[in-house]
Design a protein around this ligand. Structure first.
Ligand SMILES: NC(=O)c1ccc[n+]([C@@H]2O[C@H](COP(=O)([O-])OP(=O)(O)OC[C@H]3O[C@@H](n4cnc5c(N)ncnc54)[C@H](O)[C@@H]3O)[C@@H](O)[C@H]2O)c1
Length: 368
């Protein structure tokens, strides 16, 4: 059971018959009560080798899983592949998982996205449980039902919306997370404050040291508040036809950086950190937020240890070319998520292109 100093919190993603709980707290992996519904089902668990080394044993024990029901994949983004989807389909069919069986995704966003996608297509869809073990997965990818794999022609190009039955975010697992991966998750936490909750942004500023030191109460609150915001947005717009796009604050700049660097040098969250700085700068140039407010957001990203500028050598032209490929381009017009006030984001094509050029120049020329 979770101990008293780190009580479990439960939120609900409200989606009618597809509603599900998110449990957040310490000691959840081995909490047999939380696993009760899953234990009534035939189960298959998929994880990666890093996560398995730390957390497979408590989960397998709580679920009474035999080794034949467990699959351990190599860690890393290349695991999110169609080849692995096919291998998992073979395994599920060979081991005869029935339609009322559940999949369990134990790991970061890579495992969550891959397993969720497998669950969406196996026998036209089975249920699955997200057990996110990175900060990014706990505050973002495990909630909301976006699943998928990469294709040689693009990241996340093959996928489906498929909501989990249950999310178990055990914050104790973050203690073994490599530092860079922790910071990548912090970028997404800062994003929530900037896009929708100025008071949360204040809180992050005040508790950043606690977050970086993984103080239980601070981490639990940051995960809870981020999940609350994501759950609320997903409940209002499950398939990203409106407000869900706001979750992409900073992401158009970030995707350009990730494409420029070939998805190998920068972690997604690191690129988001810089993207948040660029979105804040542009919002200030448009006069929507004060310069002091933009500087405050940039300073927070910097204090976290995240990069605040794009990679050396990346030019404004590189950004222009790569941002034109963004999924949010509609009828040939670039749309960006910007801040019309701190804690109040908007998706818009209605911005002065000169201001964008100035932001790109300010963030690239000096870095050359
Ligand atoms: N579905 C969505 O809505 C959504 C949202 C954001 C990102 N994503 C996807 O998420 C993926 C990135 O997820 P990620 O950042 O969690 O990366 P990841 O799953 O690759 O995990 C990062 C690394 O940390 C290791 N790891 C995981 N948990 C650990 C732990 N507790 N202790 C020690 N090591 C641990 C992993 O083995 C891996 O090496 C990307 O593919 C991205 O496209 C999806």
């Amino acid at each position: 059971m979770p101990n008293a100093s780190d009580p479990m919190q439960t939120l609900t993603v409200t989606l009618g018959p597809r509603s599900y709980p998110i449990h957040i707290g310490g000691g959840l992996l081995s909490n047999e009560t939380l696993w009760a519904a899953a234990r009534e089902r035939p189960l298959r668990l998929i994880t990666d080798a890093h996560v398995a080394a730390h957390y497979l044993q408590p989960v397998a024990t709580a679920l009474q899983l035999p080794n034949t029901s467990i699959r351990i994949l190599p860690p890393g983004e290349p695991t999110k592949s169609l080849a692995n989807v096919e291998a998992i389909m073979d395994w599920l069919l060979e081991t005869r998982l029935p339609r009322d069986g559940w999949l369990v995704a134990l790991g970061g966003g890579v495992i969550g996205d891959l397993v969720g996608f497998c669950a969406s297509i196996y026998q036209r869809g089975v249920d699955f449980v997200q057990v996110p073990t990175t900060l990014l997965a706990q505050v973002d990818s495990s909630v909301g039902g976006k699943t998928g794999v990469n294709h040689a022609r693009g990241k996340n190009m093959i996928g489906a919306f498929h909501q989990p039955r249950l999310v178990l975010a055990d914050t104790d697992t973050l203690k073994t997370l490599p530092r860079r991966e922790l910071l990548a998750g912090i970028a997404e936490v800062i994003k929530y404050g900037m896009l929708g909750d100025a008071a949360f942004l204040d809180w992050i500023e005040q508790h950043l040291d606690g977050l970086l030191e993984l103080r239980d109460a601070d981490i639990a609150y940051a995960v809870r508040r981020s999940c609350e915001m994501k759950a609320d947005i997903v409940a209002r717009d499950e398939r990203e036809s409106s407000v869900r796009a706001l979750l992409n604050l900073g992401h158009t700049f970030a995707h350009a950086i990730e494409t420029y660097t070939g998805y190998t040098q920068w972690l997604h969250g690191e690129a988001v950190g810089t993207g948040l700085c660029m979105a804040a700068d542009l919002s200030a140039r448009l006069g929507w937020i004060g310069r002091d407010e933009a500087d405050r957001c940039i300073a927070l990203v910097g204090r976290s240890g995240l990069p605040t500028r794009p990679p050396q050598g990346m030019t404004g032209d590189d950004f222009g070319r790569l941002m034109a490929l963004d999924k949010k381009v509609a009828s040939g017009q670039l749309r960006l998520v910007l801040m019309r006030a701190v804690g109040d984001a908007v998706l818009t094509a209605d911005f002065d292109p000169d201001a964008l050029r100035q932001t790109l120049a300010a963030f690239t020329t000096a870095a050359d």
